[in-house]
Design a protein around this ligand. Structure first.
Ligand code: ARG
Length: 585
């Protein structure tokens, strides 16, 4: 189904050719939804830049375009606003026919892309032997939403978990465990992740204080990296331990990931250095192998290097990312690679991308994007901590959200004098709690820091998951009340738009596909949240003003169709956010 925007764009392009000739065929007429809804629903902004180009008055240009537009079935006669915007108001009859097609379309008008390129979303990516923290939670939630959206659009998406499973931390950890808890290196399941994290902290302390320990830890790394069997086994055990804990969180969040940790790229690291050398961009600086960067300088203005091999011969985070990039392009055939991490890593990625470009690792046909996000803060505006001042464990954080949801539900059941089964209460609390955490994260512009507040994210009013879930459940209750099966409303359906709130809702329902395309382009999930929130509000306004079950035919069925269409839109939109709906709550 062609979106309204696309239909209008086509008609404007035809008008531009008619008005000014063939060479204006490719020009984008700049059709957008109207900035001020009093003047119309859509606007085309092309007259202004065109007037500049042609050396004419923009209002005059706008008039010429209007004279050549064939829009009669779609819009009321266009008007010219301000300096030369062309304002378009859609006709209810046109909206009605569009809504009918939308209703009959399984995918709610969202077409699959024509060439289903391979896309990689690199997200979540916690580190072995360390706690998965709220930053990883953000990456997991945002990355999953991006992956779901691109998958729905028809792309082949590889969801990669670039786990930090390699590096000096293992030397420390193995050396330390050998001393204090050797069983952990030979037997599965003897450690809790919490223990592992603590051991890691103690090992790090020893490493910083004791030169002898340092030496031993370095030797252990070399041994591990040279493939020593005993070390490999110990390393595997430690990884398994962390992996099991991570998986619990993924299961709970319903997030799929393919693990391909840093260690995977080991065999390809030497080649990275070789290729950089052959390209002639590798330089030695204080013993380390580097590539000097443009646009990154130190305090005195000298160019900064990206270190790709340390003076002791070891490779680092950047080397691995360069190897990963090459692998993903060559072996996975990725055309778009998306990295979801906190904004603190923006420089890292800008540098890696720059070096990849210089080294010809990155063909023009491949797009790499870092998707940065801000910090999660406590309500005091500082880094999120537990009451006793420790880092918050993700499991506890999710449990707490579910507990809040359960308390809310139990209160409500009491006031409404409703009785529900334990299974129902468990299911609803878990869904609402987890959805609230996800939605709170996704509804913020990801670039900003966000304040983590259980009260806010679980509020029944406002831009929250519970509000959205209620809107959906409310629509389902209408059909229950009226004994309606939405699937049996008949083949020959008709949607009629009479009341203002009805027209507003109808128009907005038609904007889903444009919204999804915007998310595809900007990788900003909050655009979708805003849309769903606005849709729920418009639905509620409609529902307050327009009786549904009590209306006479054919209005009754038409309104039921609008209800169902809203529910389907909410369900689809929420599913792209990783949130599943509840029929009752
Ligand atoms: N493990 C890293 C961290 O915890 C994130 C990895 C992101 N992905 C990448 N290809 N560098 O910060």
């Amino acid at each position: 189904m062609t979106s309204i925007n696309e239909q209008l764009t086509q008609i404007f392009q035809d008008a531009l050719v008619k008005s000014f000739g063939e060479e204006f065929k490719e020009i984008d007429p700049q059709v957008t939804t109207a900035r001020d809804l009093r003047h119309g629903d859509y606007q085309a902004n092309i007259a202004l830049p065109l007037a500049k180009k042609l050396g004419k008055n923009p209002r005059e240009i706008a008039q010429i375009i209007i004279n050549n537009l064939s829009l009669d079935t779609i819009c009321e006669p266009p008007t010219i606003g301000g300096p030369g915007f062309i304002n378009l108001k859609l006709k209810p009859s046109y909206l009605e026919s569009q809504l009918k097609s939308l209703y009959q379309n399984q995918r709610l008008g969202i077409e699959k892309v024509e060439d289903a390129d391979q896309v990689i979303v690199d997200f979540s990516s916690p580190n072995i032997a360390k706690e998965m923290h709220v930053g990883h939670l953000r990456s997991t939630i945002i990355g999953d939403c991006i992956a779901r959206t691109l998958e729905f659009l028809g792309y082949q998406v590889l969801r990669l978990n670039h786990v930090g499973d390699w590096g000096t931390q293992f030397g420390m950890l193995i050396t330390y465990l050998k001393e204090v808890y050797p069983d952990a290196l030979t037997q599965a399941d003897v450690l809790e992740i919490g223990d592992l994290v603590n051991f890691y902290k103690q090992a790090k302390k020893r490493f910083d204080e004791d030169p002898k320990f340092q030496e031993a830890a370095r030797e252990a790394v070399v041994k591990l990296q040279s493939g020593d069997e005993e070390s490999q086994k110990a390393w595997q055990l430690l990884c398994d331990q962390s992996r099991r804990e991570f998986q619990k969180i993924y299961d709970r969040l319903d997030v799929q990931l393919t693990e391909r940790g840093e260690s995977f790229y080991n065999p390809y690291l030497d080649d990275v250095i070789k290729a950089l050398d052959e390209k002639g961009i590798l330089e030695k600086d204080q013993g380390a192998q580097c590539v000097f960067l443009e646009g990154f300088t130190n305090k005195s203005g000298d160019p900064l290097p990206l270190i790709v091999q340390k003076s002791d011969g070891g490779y680092n985070y950047a080397t691995t990312d360069l190897a990963a990039l090459r692998y993903r392009i060559k072996e996975d055939n990725a055309k778009r690679i998306i990295y979801v991490t906190d904004a603190g890593q923006s420089n890292h990625f800008a540098q890696v991308f720059q070096v990849a470009q210089k080294a010809n690792f990155l063909p023009d046909s491949v797009e790499v994007t870092h998707v940065p996000f801000g910090l999660v803060k406590g309500e005091d505006g500082k880094k999120l901590k537990t009451r006793s001042g420790e880092t918050v464990k993700l499991k506890d954080l999710l449990d707490e959200a579910v507990n809040y949801a359960r308390k809310d539900l139990e209160n409500r059941l009491q006031t409404e004098e409703r009785k529900e089964s334990e299974a129902f209460i468990n299911h609803v609390s878990e869904t609402v709690g987890i959805s609230a955490v996800k939605y709170a994260d996704l509804s913020q512009n990801r670039i900003s820091d966000y304040i983590f507040s259980y009260d806010k994210m679980l509020a029944l009013q406002g831009n929250t998951a519970p509000y959205m879930l209620y809107a959906y459940a409310r629509i389902q209750s209408i059909s229950r009340e009226g004994n309606i099966n939405y699937e049996n409303l008949g083949e020959n359906i008709q949607i009629l738009l009479k009341e203002d709130t009805e027209i507003e809702l109808g128009k907005y329902l038609l904007q889903l596909s444009e919204t999804i395309k915007e998310v595809e382009k900007t990788l900003l999930p909050n655009r979708l949240c805003d849309y769903l929130y606005e849709l729920s509000k418009k639905f509620n306004r409609f529902y307050e003003n327009c009786p549904v079950l009590k209306s006479d035919e054919p209005v009754r069925t038409s309104r039921l169709l609008l209800c169902d269409l809203t529910a389907r839109t909410l369900k689809l939109g929420l599913s792209l956010l990783g949130i599943s709906v509840l029929e009752r709550m």
